[in-house]
Design a protein around this ligand. Structure first.
Ligand code: MAN
Length: 505
């Protein structure tokens, strides 16, 4: 019975002319362990059994090595020879399960499923694909070579440019030092002249205000309105009594009037007011004060200063403290200040010119520094073994499905709605992310916009060989974790390497 089963199981494998005799489901490399002249030892060494218990549909070895061609062991693996296509392993549970798994139909030898051998067909297809890929690789490689040559030239140019920029930077810095000194030199007399002019205006304003106070005081004192301030009118202001004896005599009042019995406004303004202004107490007559201020503004002082724009700020006037005209008001209305004199204006123009020159050079220094920084950054980037990826820097590539995805290599990836609107950052350039030995086959972009109740968005870009540079797809395998596929000549390899990757056919 056992022999019969053995024959049945081993039979077809042994009957193929020219092939190495091996039990069903065993790969050529494992054939040596099933020696017809010896008992079989499980691969894990746990047991030795007679050879006729191999593939007898009973699981003897824990590692399933005695049942490579049956489904007796749950953990077994069946080797499909698949001549004409690629050999493969399937789980032994699939042996004789009524489904064709191996293209050579060997897994369904006893199920009556009637599988057809499709290996030749598959092999043909695969070889077709491989041929196409080889074609693409050949063309891609040519382009890649050009990219490398171009990148090398551009890199040299950029290095040269960087040297030039560094030289330029130090020239500009020197020029800036000179211009800074010139600017400071021009600003000194400018400031002095402006200061002098402003000081004069300040003093004039003060005098103007003081003059106005004197008019107010004169009008107040001149009770009978005859245009003179008399001894009696002075005596009415007891605060002007110089001594402490409580008697403000006629004599004392006359002394204040400089010996006269009555004085006019001019005399009062010129010789009396300054002596009494600290003691004098005004009546709260704002109106009188304002009027006299206006009068003054429009008359005598106008001759001193000709202000082009005649807008006199009367609002300010009403704010003048009339409670104590003796207290000098220090507010200087610079808006009404007359133009600077010609000499000062010339100094201002000269200083402004010096400032402009300095600012222009200062901003060109900033531009140069920026350019240096950008170039340094670019030159320090890893653009592949031979800078084959350098051409992508500064460019962007898009693909559209339900969103528009834009990849700007070595920078960032964004997502936006087809109908427009704001852009969502799916990650900024992080690093090359291919597996060991093939690191330039994938890119990683991370730290994108935070996902609601999730991680920051990030994207992996898988690169494959293509004649042109195109993003072929972008998907979101898990929420806010994107996968982009891109074709580029930069990853094309020699066709021989392709064949090795695709198994021997
Ligand atoms: C937006 C897009 C999607 C993403 C969700 C997460 O709709 O960025 O890709 O899955 O936000 O909330």
């Amino acid at each position: 019975m056992r022999f019969h089963l053995m024959f049945l199981l081993l039979g077809p494998a042994l009957s193929v002319a020219g092939e190495v005799k091996r039990p069903r489901g065993v790969s050529p490399s494992n054939q040596q362990f099933y020696d017809e002249t010896k008992p079989f030892t499980c691969f894990d060494g746990s047991k030795t059994i007679p050879l006729d218990r191999v593939n007898d549909d009973y699981c003897d070895c824990k590692d399933a090595s005695d049942e490579p061609g049956t489904s007796a062991c749950p953990n077994g693996h069946f080797h499909c020879g698949n001549t004409g296509f690629k050999a493969s392993y399937i789980s032994s549970s699939r042996v004789n399960d009524g489904i064709c798994d191996c293209c050579d139909a060997t897994d369904e030898y006893n199920s009556g499923t009637g599988c057809e051998n499709t290996c030749r067909e598959l092999g043909k297809k695969e070889r077709g694909i491989l041929l196409k890929m080889t074609e693409v690789a050949k063309e891609g490689l040519k382009v890649k070579q050009q990219l490398i040559e171009k990148a090398s030239k551009i890199k040299e140019e950029k290095k040269k440019k960087l040297d030039e920029l560094r030289e330029l930077k130090s020239l500009i810095e020197n020029k800036m030092k000179v211009l800074k000194t010139a600017k400071e030199k021009a600003e000194l007399p400018e400031n002095e002249a402006k200061e002098k002019h402003q000081q004069a205006w300040k003093e004039l304003t003060r005098a103007k205000q003081e003059g106005a106070r004197a008019v107010v005081a004169f009008n107040e004192l001149d009770k009978n309105g005859d245009g003179f301030v008399s001894v009696v009118e002075i005596q009415a202001h007891s605060e002007l009594d110089g001594d402490e004896d409580d008697i403000f005599s006629e004599m004392e009042a006359q002394v204040i009037l400089g010996g006269s019995s009555k004085i006019d406004l001019e005399y009062f303004q010129d010789l009396v007011w300054r002596n009494i202004k600290n003691e004098y107490k005004t009546e709260d007559d704002v109106e009188a004060y304002s009027e006299s201020w206006d009068e003054l503004d429009n008359s005598n002082l106008e001759e001193d200063y000709h202000d082009e724009d005649e807008e006199v700020d009367n609002e300010d006037d009403s704010e003048v403290s009339v409670g104590k005209p003796s207290e000098s008001k220090t507010d200087t209305n610079y808006e009404n200040m007359p133009d600077y004199d010609e000499e000062t204006q010339a100094l201002i123009v000269a200083a402004e010119d010096a400032r402009d020159q300095f600012i222009t050079v200062e901003s060109s220094l900033q531009d140069t520094k920026d350019a240096i920084r950008n170039l340094e950054k670019e030159l320090s980037m890893d653009f592949g073994q031979n800078d084959e990826f350098a051409y992508m820097f500064g460019k962007c590539y898009e693909v559209t499905n339900e969103y528009v995805y834009r990849l700007c290599p070595f920078e960032k990836i964004i997502q936006k709605l087809k109908q427009g609107g704001s852009e969502t950052n799916l990650g900024t350039w992080h690093s090359w992310a291919g597996p060991e030995g093939n690191k330039y086959s994938a890119m990683k972009y991370d730290g994108g916009r935070a996902c609601w109740q999730g991680p920051n968005r990030s994207t992996t870009v898988k690169l494959s060989c293509g004649k042109e540079t195109v993003v072929t797809s972008c998907t979101e395998p898990s929420r806010c974790d994107y996968l982009m596929e891109m074709q580029t000549p930069a990853v094309c390899k020699e066709p021989q390497e392709l064949a090795i990757e695709h198994d021997e056919l």
